[in-house]
Design a protein around this ligand. Structure first.
Ligand SMILES: Nc1nc2c(c(=O)[nH]1)N(C=O)[C@@H](CNc1ccc(C(=O)N[C@@H](CCC(=O)O)C(=O)O)cc1)CN2
Ligand SMILES: Nc1ncnc2c1ncn2[C@@H]1O[C@H](COP(=O)(O)OP(=O)(O)OP(=O)(O)O)[C@@H](O)[C@H]1O
Length: 196
């Protein structure tokens, strides 16, 4: 990446590269790695002990959260987001998979009948992203959705990523919120061990 770029241009440059690589993954790769990643999440005390979890619902070739989240709806309060204009998300109880329908961005969202939980106060948040570094910096799609939300969250922030999404060259800015851990198919990267 050209080092003369400012962090805004560097982010756009990296987004294009990472999106293309992720779109090129085979579904078998997505499934296999997602299974390994979710098994690692299941092994974390922070996950097992969490009563309320804010979880992203995966789209396309993102690390698939459907099995992990679907398996937890009976013993945790799972909150899933609805995206709104202006980079904001509201969080709604996920009760059953059948009631979900694609919303903005084509991502599955809870129905209008499910009221927003405000504030959501999660013990743990499952965070999506395009790329991360080992210090917990995150590159997202650029809407500021997760930065805005996470700025007010005190629960443990756990990102899910393929090991190739861990890089040393993530541009970051003051508003970017760091992850507490990043779980890949190969390892759990604990940025702040005390929180896991
Ligand atoms: N699952 C999920 N929910 C999220 C995010 C996210 O990254 N993942 N976002 C985080 O900010 C916000 C929405 N922003 C988004 C912006 C662009 C794309 C997108 O273009 N995704 C795919 C294409 C998906 C497909 O295959 O149809 C891509 O990366 O190629 C997704 C979400 C809020 N909710
Ligand atoms: N806490 C915040 N309050 C207000 N604006 C914010 C906040 N965090 C980020 N933003 C704004 O959101 C925009 C996008 O930020 P950034 O490029 O870091 O997004 P991202 O983390 O890649 O996106 P996303 O969270 O949607 O995946 C920026 O213009 C930034 O100023």
């Amino acid at each position: 990446m050209p080092s003369s770029m400012n962090s805004h241009s560097q982010k756009s440059f990296l987004r294009t590269e990472v999106r293309a690589r992720r779109r090129g993954m085979l579904w078998q790769e997505v499934e296999a790695a997602s299974g390994d990643i979710c098994a690692r999440v299941n092994g974390l005390a922070a996950w097992r002990e969490a009563r309320t979890v804010c979880a992203y619902l995966s789209l396309g070739n993102e690390v698939c959260t459907h099995a992990l989240v679907g398996g937890a709806v009976s013993d945790k309060v799972i909150l899933a987001p609805k995206s709104h204009d202006g980079g904001r998300m509201s969080w709604h109880r996920l009760r059953d998979w059948e009631s979900l329908a694609p919303g903005m961005f084509g991502i599955l969202e809870p129905p209008e009948s499910e009221p927003a939980v405000e504030p959501p106060c999660p013990d743990l948040v499952l965070v999506p992203g395009l790329a991360f570094d080992r210090l917990g910096h995150r590159l997202g799609h650029g809407g500021g959705y997760y930065d805005r939300f996470l700025a007010g969250v005190s629960g443990v922030k756990v990102a899910l990523a393929y090991s190739w999404q861990i890089r040393g060259d993530i541009p970051y800015e003051r508003h970017d919120i760091c992850m507490d851990a990043i779980v890949t198919e190969r390892e759990v990267i604990s940025v702040r061990t005390s929180r896991l």
